[in-house]
Ligand binder design. Structure first.
Ligand code: MRU
Length: 346
């Protein structure tokens, strides 16, 4: 793994517990939480112990394995109806990343196909979802890296690495592969207020892999593009609609607008499990609103003026017209349109 700048796993299945690396306390503390019930898993997703679209989906899949075990222990003949509420609980944990619903649908399919309870069948499916995600990331790494010219400075947003996925990462996977190919001089990363996924998580992953990373505050992006000749902005996605619009961490849209003005190329990297062909365009994507306290406070301490209001959407939508390329494990889509997106699924 180390040869590929890939040394970290945030989701570990350990016999009958799911171990999750607690991303709220990184990088200063490395602790894994042991989760045993679907309630604990739904809360871990809601509370940001685990985050990032593919990682949320994988976690929920293991949540179904645990839910079924508990249901069978309760009533062997009625386990299928008992786990319905657990599916609902897991589905209600976060609204925007479609990978959550995609993974739950995969698990539901296995449940539907079973005559009798079969732990191995459920566990195999969850593990398969995890393994395929890692393999897809390596594939996207290759496909995306092919676009990165020698001596490139790139800018990324949020965290899309091993922490946000089964392993290796989507946008960060492309960055890892392009660095390995010798084509990246410097990675710039946004802090990513208010959860600081950039300064806490992306910087931590890149430092561990000895890939040079420079942090900026979000407000520095325009000057960075002008002064440091950024070639590519490379980001992940939480949901991509049929026309190629992309929901991703709040602030992504800003970067896409700035990229257009400065002639910087804009790349979105996401597996097809992030594509929601049922939604025609980005206006239909449910955008998670999070607590105002995330803006008012830092580490529990009030920073803002008392009496102010806060607007705290966790994601924004970048229109397809601002995107140069979407990289998936099935291939790349340049200047996305409905027809080109549909072609991915033929
Ligand atoms: O709120 P988060 O940290 O779950 O948001 C994560 C992102 O927006 C990522 O860019 C996206 O999920 C892609 S992760 C490969």
């Amino acid at each position: 793994m180390n040869n590929h700048h890939d040394s970290l796993r945030a989701i570990i299945w350990n016999n009958d517990v799911l171990e999750l690396l607690d991303q709220r306390v990184l990088p200063h503390e490395t602790r894994y939480l042991s989760l045993r019930t679907p309630e604990e898993i739904a809360n871990a997703i809601k509370d940001m112990v685990v985050r990032g679209a593919p990682a949320i989906g994988i976690t929920a899949a293991f949540g179904v394995v645990l839910a079924a075990r508990h249901a069978v222990a309760q009533d062997q003949n009625n386990w299928k109806s008992l786990i319905k509420k657990d599916f609902q609980l897991l589905a209600a944990s976060r609204p925007t990343a479609v990978n959550l619903f995609w993974a739950l649908a995969k698990m539901q399919q296995v449940v539907d196909n079973l005559e009798n309870y079969d732990d191995a069948a459920l566990l195999n499916e969850a593990q398969r979802i995890h393994d395929v995600d890692i393999a897809d990331n390596y594939r996207m790494g290759e496909l995306g890296a092919a676009f990165i010219e020698p001596n490139s400075n790139v800018l990324t947003h949020c965290n899309t690495g091993s922490l946000a996925t089964g392993g290796y990462g989507t946008a960060l996977g492309v960055i890892r592969s392009a660095y390995r190919a010798g084509n990246i001089s410097q990675v710039f990363a946004d802090e990513t207020r208010p959860w600081m996924q950039g300064s806490r998580l992306t910087a931590w992953e890149l430092v561990q892999d000895q890939i040079p990373v420079t942090l900026i505050v979000e407000g520095a992006a325009a000057s960075l593009m002008r002064d440091k000749s950024i070639r590519w902005v490379i980001v992940g996605a939480d949901r991509i609609t049929a026309n190629g619009d992309v929901a991703n961490k709040i602030g992504t849209y800003n970067l896409a607008v700035l990229s257009k003005y400065h002639g910087v190329k804009f790349m979105v990297v996401a597996p097809t499990s992030t594509i929601d062909m049922n939604l025609a365009n980005g206006e239909m994507i449910p955008i998670e609103q999070r607590a105002p306290s995330e803006i008012f406070q830092i580490k529990g301490q009030q920073i803002s003026a008392n009496g102010a209001n806060a607007w705290n959407p966790a994601f924004d939508v970048t229109p397809a017209s601002l995107i140069d390329v979407i990289v998936t494990e099935r291939g790349v889509v340049q200047n996305p349109t409905l027809e080109k997106m549909q072609a991915l699924f033929i």
